[in-house]
Design a protein around this ligand. Structure first.
Ligand code: ADP
Ligand code: MG
Length: 256
């Protein structure tokens, strides 16, 4: 039995862009294996928060830990020291990141897209990486596309491959930033089905999405953000069916 992995603890995180405070004292605790959906109007800081969890943004105040490790920092005694680029890259391997525009490597086949990172970052042999790639293709239902070029796949298929590519590094945490927003409506379901499968697999998921039905189905926690702050959080039943904050109510009235 593996110990539970993928606990995220966010403590008092703030981030400025110039004079604009994009994150304003965000604190959040996400247990290992939990599924969290982040909702909020455009510009409320959702993407900035996900980027901070992956250390694509450096925060100005507060800190973020995954399984006790400080993202981008190391504790020595009672002081935090900033990690070097290489150590940050090693941390990032624990965090899979999937965003709106899948960004597969266009000059590589699907299979090569999936084996590149494990060979480069996990010291997998090519044979091991290929075996893993076939398992992941099974997970996302695309074994028949192994030799295809990304441009010959639908948007939904490309996004499923992008998810498989992130999973190839066996991350403890998967972050999704509006993973279905760029898709034609009829392709949204196939991507959400893959994420639902992951939700049952024990990986910690953090998902920014406007798909409320999906949130209701999979989320353990729903977090609602406005102006860089969490204004409301709780179970899907609480936040989606009985919202307390007027901004949450207004938002749900608009998207439902
Ligand atoms: P959301 O994902 O909820 O739409 P974002 O996290 O993208 O919101 O943005 C939060 C705020 O920070 C917005 O006002 C946005 O314009 C601003 N912002 C985000 N990234 C940058 C950046 N790199 N430089 C300047 N401002 C930014
Ligand atoms: Mg965003």
């Amino acid at each position: 039995l593996q110990p539970a992995q993928g606990e995220i603890v966010i403590t008092g995180v703030s981030k400025w862009f110039g004079k604009h405070k994009a994150l304003d004292g965000v604190s959040l605790q996400l247990p290992p294996g939990s599924v969290t959906v982040i909702l909020g109007p455009s510009g409320s800081g959702k993407s900035t928060l996900l980027r901070a969890i992956n250390h694509l943004e450096r925060v100005d105040e507060g800190f973020i830990q995954i399984d006790g490790d400080y993202i981008g920092y190391q504790r020595r005694g009672d002081r935090l020291y900033e990690l070097k680029e290489k150590a940050i890259l090693r941390q990032r391997i624990n965090v899979g990141y999937v965003f709106q525009n899948f960004n597969l490597f266009p000059h590589m086949t699907v299979l090569d897209n999936l084996i590149e990172a494990p060979i480069a970052h996990k010291k997998c042999s090519r044979a091991q990486a290929v075996e893993l790639a076939w398992q992941l293709l099974e997970t996302v239902g695309l074994r028949h596309k192994a030799d295809a070029w990304p441009r010959h796949l639908s948007g939904g298929q490309q996004q499923r491959i992008a998810i498989a590519r992130a999973l190839a590094l066996s991350p403890r945490v998967m972050l999704f930033d509006e993973p279905t927003s760029a898709l034609d409506p009829e392709l949204v379901g196939e991507v959400l089905d893959v994420i639902k499968k992951l939700a049952r697999s024990g990986t910690t998921l953090v998902i920014v999405t406007h798909e409320i039905g999906f949130a209701r189905e999979v989320a353990d926690n729903v977090v609602f953000m406005v102006d860089g702050k969490i204004v409301e959080q709780g179970s899907a039943a609480q936040v989606l069916h009985n919202p307390q904050h007027h901004r949450t109510r207004r938002f749900l009235d608009k998207v439902l």
